[in-house]
Each structure stands twice: as C-alpha cells, then as structure tokens.
Design a protein around this ligand. Structure first.
Ligand code: LAC
Ligand code: ZN
Length: 458
C-alpha cells in the first residue's frame, strides 16, 4: 500500500496546487493529535473544497489502495486521526462553509470543516445554538466522526442525537446522503448513527445537517463545594435520580480546583471538590425551584459551600475555566504527556468509579486529575507521565486497564466521548463481545480494501 510517484501525480491533478502538500511542515502538522500516541507522518496532505473533490480523491485511493485518514482540527485525545500507515490525509478545514440556516425548521447545513465555535457565533443571531460542546476547537465533521458531546450532553444529547442528514463519500468515491429533514422517522436502517462515532473508518463525512435548539431565555448556575469527592459524586447521582434535568452537572476534584485557582485570575475556590451545575429554562421561578431542590440535596450530603445566583459574566468565565482545565493540567506538567481516561458508567455507579479512580491512583503514587461530565456518568482522569520512561508509564497503563475493566464491569464503557482511536482498541473485545465481529463485517462491507483510517478502532 505504498504511495508511489504515479499515484501522487494522479492525486495532484485532482485539486489546485495550493490544496496539496508533501512539504515536511504540513506533514508534521498532520502527524499527531493532542494525545501521547506516537506521531506518524502521512505522505501527502490534501485540502478538498467540495464533496466532489473528496470523491475524486477516494476513487484514486481506492484504485491504488492508498491509506486515507480524514482530519478535522486534530484536537482528539486518543490518536484518532494519526495516519499510522502513512498515505493521504484529507484535511477538511477548507470545507468550512455554513451552507444554509433553516431557522424555521431549527436546522443547519454545514460543510464538515466548520468550527463548532464559529457555527454557534453565527447561530446566536437567530436565537439558536448547537448544544454539544467538546471544549476543544473542533470541527463539526470531527465531532460527528467521534460522536463528541461535552458538558451539555446531559440535557441535549451527544452529537449523534442531533444529526438529521449526512453527505458521506464512501471508500470507492461513491456519495451517499443518509437521513431525513423530518424530526422523526421509522424508515430503514439508521446509517447516520452508524457514521456517528465511526472515526473515519467507514467513509468521509463531508456535509452535515444538524438539528438545533433555541437559546433558552433563562440560565441558572451554581457552584457547590464538598469535603470529599465521594460526597460530591453521590450528590450528583442523587440529583439525576430525583428527576431534575440540569443542562450541565460537572465534577471537579480538589487538584483540578487548585489548577483553576492558579491559572485563572477570576477564581479562588476553597481547596476541596466542586460541583458545577446549570439549569436552562423559560422562567426564573422554575429554575429557582429546581435549584432549591439541589440545595437541599447538597445540604443533606454535607456540602460545605453553596454559591448561587452567578451572573452572566461570571458564568461564562466559569465555563471557560472548566473548558481550559485540560490545558491547565498540561501546563502544570511541561514535558509530560497525558494518559487519558474517559470511562462512563450508569449514573448510580458514579460514586463507585470515582472512588476507585482516587484509590488506585493513590495506591500507585500517581497523580490523576478526576473531573468530567459526572451528571452523565462520564469521568475524565488524565494522568501525566513520560511515555519514554517505560517503568513509570507502564503503571499508568495498568491503571488505565484496571479503570476501564472496572467501568465495563459496572455496565459502562471504555470511552464516553473521546473515541477509540488507538488508545482504547485494547478494550473493544471486552466491551463488545460478539458484537465486535459484526462491527468487523460492517467495516469490511464499507471498506473492503481496508484503506479508511487503517489501524484504528479494531
Ligand atoms: C473535557 C475534555 C477533556 O471535558 O473532554 O474537558
Ligand atoms: Zn469531556
């Protein structure tokens, strides 16, 4: 599957000269995402501007059996877009047009390279927004491909829940458009859901129609301190059980709080675990009543501080600090790389997985930063280390194994939102059992030559 001169020549003819590069700096920019996984250079990077461009590229790659890895913004955390077999990287960032905003249908058509943040800026003028927010500056195509979700998934769902329709270029260059513009359908197999989270191994997503949500008229945010992460996570699971429907419910353990205090100018939180909670709704009174219930639950579980009535500006600073947490952790440990944990469990098991994460890192003398979308049972715990220091890195690998195995034994998953990429391949059999064979068959059906993002997921 080597990329020879004649294939390169054919590919070069498909796009303009400024959309094609074999220069080392461009190759290096597409060799690594934000994970620790070993970088690998592609042979060429191509920036298509249309579905037709992608289709022509795929026809050639299919005929010449060239590996192809689609690229969004390179912000993923498990090596998802690293071109481990070289070949072509299709960088979709020049396909960055918001094609149509159909405000009366609450829908938008975008090209895959539109940045999530740019989309929401435009949509705000229409009183609409696209809720899944991965924090990172991701593209919509990348978010679909990884089924990204983030802090608001607890109320609005993950990216897969908001896809109406897709345009996908298949391995042989054929173009399909699964989905419908209707709000509901019972028609046929749901290929949109199949492509959501498929990480580029089944086809290249070039256009997306997303379902949107009206910006809620009222917001109510609150920050609660607890003396232990156990008390915090128990309270979170009780809030969900009590039928409340927060728009965000995040856990931030003490060492993460210290980093927020250190790297932001705006906060000086007590040095103990925090819970961020936010409600969206149509009336102030309704939200206040919800928050009162939360306050009681927090009090019953020994909350040490309850801060409510956070204004608009403070609220946006709060979420900014939360989004930047991953960067703060990296900044705190220059020269080290993060081993990412992204397990998700049923909500009643949240206290168990949090307690286990704290216990196992403590017993192995490892620093783990527990935080995440706890209200949806999804916990992150980056552990910082040096992948070249085999002895200490193997301890992080062991913890990764133990935590994922425990999460799966609780009925959970190896990855709540970061995807499988390279790092979680090792758990696919344990998590999926006999379903994994069906996944292999689906992969072969879509990509019989094995050229699409090879070396990932399975
Ligand atoms: C976050 C990323 C790491 O939640 O998923 O900040
Ligand atoms: Zn996250």
């Amino acid at each position: 599957m080597a990329l020879n001169e004649s294939s390169l020549l054919r590919l070069r003819e498909v796009v303009g000269p400024d959309q094609f590069s074999t220069g080392i700096s461009n190759l290096s920019l597409h060799a690594k995402d934000e994970s620790f996984h070993t970088p690998h250079l592609p042979d060429v990077v191509i920036w298509p501007r249309s579905t037709e461009d992608v289709s022509r590229i795929m026809k050639i790659c299919s005929e010449d059996e060239i590996p192809v890895t689609p690229w969004g913004a390179g912000t993923s955390l498990e090596g998802n877009p690293i071109p481990v077999r070289g070949g072509v990287v299709i960088d979709l960032q020049q396909m960055n047009e918001i094609l149509r905003i159909r405000e009366n249908d609450l829908q938008v058509d975008v090209q895959a390279g539109v940045l999530f943040k740019d989309l929401n800026k435009r949509l705000a003028r229409y009183g609409l927004f696209c809720p899944p927010d991965p924090g990172a500056s991701a593209t919509i195509g990348g978010m679909v491909a990884n089924n990204a979700s983030g802090i608001r998934a607890i109320k609005y769902g993950a990216t897969k829940d908001l896809i109406q329709k897709l345009t996908v270029v298949l391995a042989d260059g054929k173009v399909i458009q699964p989905g419908t513009l209707a709000f509901k359908t019972s028609s046929g197999l749901d290929l949109c859901r199949l492509f959501a989270g498929s990480e580029g191994i089944l086809g290249i997503i070039t256009e997306i129609t997303l379902r949107l949500v009206g910006i809620p008229p009222e917001f109510l945010s609150s920050v609660v301190s607890f003396s232990t992460t156990e008390a915090a996570s128990l309270t979170i699971s009780q809030i969900i059980r009590s039928g409340l429907a927060p728009a965000a419910l995040e856990l931030i353990s003490t060492n993460c709080v210290l980093l927020i205090n250190k790297y932001t100018e705006d906060f000086n939180f007590p040095e103990s675990p925090l819970v961020f909670i936010e409600f969206h709704g149509s009336s102030k009174e309704g939200l206040a009543a919800d928050l009162e219930l939360v306050r009681e639950l927090c009090k019953d579980n020994g909350a040490t501080r309850f801060e409510a009535g956070i204004g608009r500006q403070a609220r946006s600073k709060l979420w900014e600090a939360r989004y930047n947490l991953h960067d703060f952790i990296l900044r705190e440990h220059p020269g080290l790389e993060p081993m990412a944990i992204d397990t998700a469990v049923p909500i009643s098991k949240l206290p168990d997985i949090v307690a286990y994460a704290e216990e196992i890192t403590k017993s192995r003398g490892v620093i783990g930063y527990v935080f995440g979308h706890a209200g949806s049972g999804n916990i992150h715990m980056p552990m910082m280390g040096d992948p070249n220091d085999k002895a200490s890195w193997s301890v992080l690998e062991e913890i990764n194994h133990k935590l994922v195995e425990y999460a799966i034994s609780l009925g959970g998953t190896a990855t709540g939102e970061h995807g499988v990429g390279i790092g979680k391949i090792q758990f696919m059999e344990l998590e999926h059992g006999k379903s994994l064979e069906i996944m292999h068959r689906i992969k072969n059906l879509f990509d019989p030559k094995g050229i699409l993002n090879p070396g990932k997921m399975f």
